[in-house]
Design a protein around this ligand. Structure first.
Ligand SMILES: O=C(O)CCC(=O)C(=O)O
Ligand SMILES: [Fe+2]
Length: 272
């Protein structure tokens, strides 16, 4: 795993709000990621979350991608991959924070002829609001201009707010709200299988339709800076945890949101 970041990569991330890292996984690692994701997704059947709170149907959004959340909760291989402190260290360094917890992982598999991913921001969906939130997106297949690679609006995170515009059928609805971004050029991020990108939770991003008969598999994980506080939204929090939280409480449940890296405790991995 190519997990060493240069100062230039960190400053490019901080300037643009995203970065692509080529050849992130070795071919052997890529095999293990693919096998684990395929197995974990198959074992979920139509359940998006392990507890069955969200199920896949046949809606427009269900055809944007096969979305399976928190595979680290119920698959041993995924647990090993997602709790890897090397990923946590990269996210911590890029975000410029002291430590990182897992918010949630997600397999995002654009099926053959899958719908586009409308332009959106991630952090407005989550139960904490942070200018330093960050996600990794690992390409498990070559992500191309034809099958739905990501696109980003560089620097957009600097002027983003937490208004949630949502992801609807109109790919460009976000730009009705952020009219200045609508005049900017989006940058595509095609990636070879085994490469990855990181993006800030407030960076505008989207993807085109999959215009091929093959799958565009990606494995992603969203990270929450350690010390982030509850903003009142449930998102993926289980109902019992949601009921206990008050706005402003620090989100530090090590079972739900393990700390995978902290500068003062390098390589401490929380075991649930
Ligand atoms: O894979 C996609 O099409 C979208 C990915 C995305 O929105 C994310 O990783 O936050
Ligand atoms: Fe996203």
């Amino acid at each position: 795993m190519n997990s060493d970041l240069t100062p230039e990569q960190i400053s490019a991330y901080q300037e643009n709000g995203y970065i692509v890292i080529e050849n992130f996984l070795t071919p052997e690692e890529l095999d293990f990621w693919r096998k684990s994701v395929d197995e974990a997704v198959a074992q979920r059947a139509d359940r998006k979350l392990a507890d069955g709170r969200m199920r896949e149907g046949d809606s427009y959004y269900d055809k944007v991608f096969i979305q399976r959340i928190n595979l680290w909760n119920d698959h041993e291989g995924m647990r090993k991959l997602m709790l890897d402190p090397r990923l946590g260290k990269m996210a911590t360094q890029l975000a410029g924070v002291d430590g990182i917890r897992i918010w949630h992982d997600q397999a995002l598999i654009k099926q053959p002829w899958g719908n586009p991913t409308g332009w959106h921001l991630d952090n407005p969906y989550w139960s904490f609001s942070s200018r330093q939130s960050i996600s990794i997106w690992v390409a498990l297949d070559d992500a191309t201009l034809e099958n739905g690679c990501l696109y980003f609006i560089p620097g957009s995170y600097k002027t983003a707010t937490w208004d949630n515009v949502g992801i609807g059928k109109n790919i460009g609805d976000l730009f009705k709200h952020y009219t200045e971004w609508g005049k900017m050029k989006a940058v595509s991020a095609p990636m070879k299988a085994g490469s990855c990108s990181f993006h800030n939770g407030l960076t505008a991003h989207g993807a085109l339709a999959n215009m091929t008969p093959g799958f565009r598999r990606a494995m992603t994980c969203a990270y929450m800076p350690d010390g982030s506080t509850f903003n009142g939204q449930q998102n993926i929090l289980p109902p019992d945890e949601f009921a206990k939280l008050k706005i402003g409480d620090v989100l530090e449940n090590d079972v739900l949101n393990p700390l995978i890296y902290h500068v003062s405790k390098p390589y401490v991995t929380a075991e649930a």
